[in-house]
Design a binder for this molecule. Structure first.
Ligand SMILES: [Zn+2]
Length: 356
């Protein structure tokens, strides 16, 4: 059996790309990564899930941990943004043949689910973990989070996506899923995202419990004749504990920060205090000579976090920075955000949204 390192991209203060309706990449990544991890574990592999909650881990640490653990395979789970559509898998130019093989197998699975096939891409920019891990490695970009069609696929075909990626990895790493003693009943419903800002547990009676029950049913759990009744009873408790056991989190029957993502939910974070956004003292734009400074560098860092691909982060506002600003503004505008003009100029509106 192989050691498989699963890295759900972003987390904590790094939301990753922000899509339609404020949808955050970090939550989507955790959702499908943890489901694949669970299945690979069930197939008998030794799986390390980099994070099972909403925390940020430095890319350097991720690569170091995967290497130190002696992983046989490394897979990063992301979603794309910037105005395109479809799925792609990334490898670096120095990647091994095995990396390419794994990336291609996953890519085929995502195309089969219905994503536009963007192919396996060789990319040496923004791929630190891929170039610093020593085992076969790929990054999955499972559709664009700023594309409504891709999001609909991601949600409605979640089961097929997870199964397809799992089968692809098993075709490379070996192993087969153990068939459960009794096949899970055909889910009567599909998993739906929910948001939780307080812990619920046995005895809780409220609407969000119904959302959790809906997702447990969609995951194949049997909640008895009562089904979805918004009442956190014994069967719900047992199912939650099973999810926790498989997800590698504390088994206490309480749905909170760590367990909500395993159930397809999002733990509502308190938004960062406004004071943490640096003050913008000038509009940042392409000028001659070019603008330089820490503010430009900060903007470039934020653009990179939002996957707008600013190129080199050098504190100089050049053409590639301007293009990244336009990509970022257009994506936010597509989501219906008030970004002002899509003009490649970072004024107060764009600056504020960059820090989300
Ligand atoms: Zn990402």
């Amino acid at each position: 059996m192989s050691k498989i390192y699963i890295n759900p991209g972003h987390g904590g203060t790094d939301s990753g790309a922000v899509g339609i309706g404020g949808r955050q990449e970090k939550a989507d990544n955790l959702r499908y990564a943890s489901a694949v991890a669970e299945k690979l574990r069930a197939a008998g592999h030794d799986v390390k899930l980099e994070r099972d909650s909403d925390v940020l881990i430095n890319v350097k640490d991720i690569a170091e941990r995967a290497n130190a653990w002696g992983a046989d395979y490394f897979i990063a789970f992301h979603r794309n943004s910037g105005g395109g559509t479809g799925a792609e898998c990334l490898i670096v130019s120095s990647a091994s043949a095995k990396s390419r093989e794994m990336a291609q197998a996953i890519q085929n699975a995502l195309a089969a689910v219905g994503f536009k096939n963007r192919g396996v891409k060789v990319q040496d920019k923004n791929t630190y973990v891929l170039s610093h891990t020593t085992m076969p490695a790929t990054t999955i970009e499972c559709g664009f989070i700023d594309n409504a069609g891709d999001n609909a696929l991601f949600d409605s075909k979640q089961g097929e996506i997870v199964q397809g990626i799992t089968d692809a990895v098993l075709s490379i790493a070996g192993g087969a899923e153990q068939s459960p003693a009794t096949p899970p009943a055909q889910p009567a419903c599909t998993k739906k995202p929910f948001t939780l800002d307080h812990v619920v547990k046995k005895g809780s009676k409220e609407a969000v419990v119904g959302s959790i029950q809906n997702n447990l049913l969609a995951m194949g759990y049997d909640l008895g004749s009562t089904g979805i009744d918004n009442n956190f009873g014994t069967k719900t408790d047992a199912a939650v504990r099973d999810v926790q056991k498989n997800g590698g989190v504390t088994v206490d029957g309480q749905v909170g920060k760590n367990t909500a993502p395993l159930l397809g939910g999002t733990w509502a974070e308190k938004s960062a205090p406004a004071a943490s956004i640096p003050t913008l003292t000038r509009n940042l734009k392409l000028t001659s000579p070019m603008m330089r400074g820490d503010d430009v560098r900060q903007a470039q860092e934020r653009l990179e976090k939002h996957l707008a691909q600013p190129g080199r982060i050098d504190g100089v506002f050049g053409n590639s920075t301007k293009e990244a600003v336009i990509r970022f503004q257009q994506a936010r505008k597509n989501e219906g955000r008030d970004i002002g003009e899509v003009d490649g100029v970072i004024g107060p509106k764009t600056w504020k949204i960059l820090w989300e």
